[in-house]
Design a protein around this ligand. Structure first.
Ligand code: MLT
Length: 257
């Protein structure tokens, strides 16, 4: 595996670290409303996974969820945080499962959003290869056109749609291709669910068409003591679509720790 690297990040607030990991094919800027809303209770830190946003690629496109997780650990070192409350959306949730397996002592709590524990089935794996080929041969426009309407719920604002477009078209095609192959190869995390020993919050958009809420609710129910909150008016990017509900749920959860 390539060497872990320090990620670019944006930070607001003070106190214990609350670190946010974005989904595919996004970057740290998807968390702008969380940094604004939660900086009053935590040092809110949004990272750019390698190759995304302001982070270098470094590994020549050899990505994995484990490498992303080690990058997050190295970034916590750079910030000077032994532990953090860590939030992962979708692909960021896959990274969070890897982080839990590899660095459990560094997680104060885990917050999964619009994600799932299962690995890809064969058909989904083939879809990842198609995504990687499309990105490499045609760039991000076709990926954006296929994905943009699927990641939002029924009433996305123009701002959310514009932001998604900016992030998706701003992702380098070779990075999106490497992400897709890394997601194809990710481990199944379902066996980890009963073994998570830190507090868990699981948030899921009620209108998530990519990962239906019932599956998420069932996964959360397997984590001892996990709290599950459904997010109204949320699709697959509920922190962007309904930041008030997401921020309130995170704030209440962190207060309860
Ligand atoms: C994401 O939002 O990160 C992706 O939808 C994850 C996936 O494709 O599995």
């Amino acid at each position: 595996m390539p060497e872990p690297m320090e990620l670019a990040y944006e930070e607001r607030g003070s106190g214990p670290v609350l670190l946010f990991i974005h989904g595919f094919p996004f970057d740290r800027t998807m968390w702008v409303a969380q940094l604004a809303g939660l900086a009053k209770i935590r040092t809110a830190v949004a990272v750019d996974l390698r190759g995304h946003g302001l982070s270098d690629v470094m590994s020549g496109g050899d990505f994995s969820m484990d490498l992303f997780a080690d990058d997050v650990a190295k970034t916590l070192d750079a910030i000077g945080a032994d532990k953090a409350d860590i939030v992962g959306l979708s692909m960021g949730g896959y990274v969070l499962f890897s982080f839990w397996r590899r660095h459990p002592e560094r997680a104060r709590s885990l917050i999964f959003i619009d994600t799932k524990a299962e690995a890809d089935a064969d058909e989904a794996k083939a879809g990842r290869e198609k995504t990687a080929e499309t990105a490499a041969s045609q760039g991000m426009q076709p990926i954006y056109e296929t994905l943009a309407s699927k990641v939002v719920g029924s009433s996305p604002s123009v701002e959310v749609q514009d932001k998604l477009k900016e992030m998706m078209l701003g992702t380098a095609p070779e990075v999106a291709a490497a992400d897709a192959l890394a997601m194809r190869d990710r481990a199944d995390s379902t066996a980890d669910l009963p073994n998570i020993t830190v507090p868990v919050l699981w948030l899921h958009g009620e209108e998530d068409a990519l990962m239906p809420i019932e599956g998420a609710r069932a996964s959360a129910a397997k984590v001892p003591g996990a709290k599950f909150v459904s997010i109204p008016k949320g699709g697959h990017v509920s922190p962007m679509e309904n930041p008030e509900a997401v921020n309130a749920a995170i704030q209440e959860f962190l207060k309860s720790l």
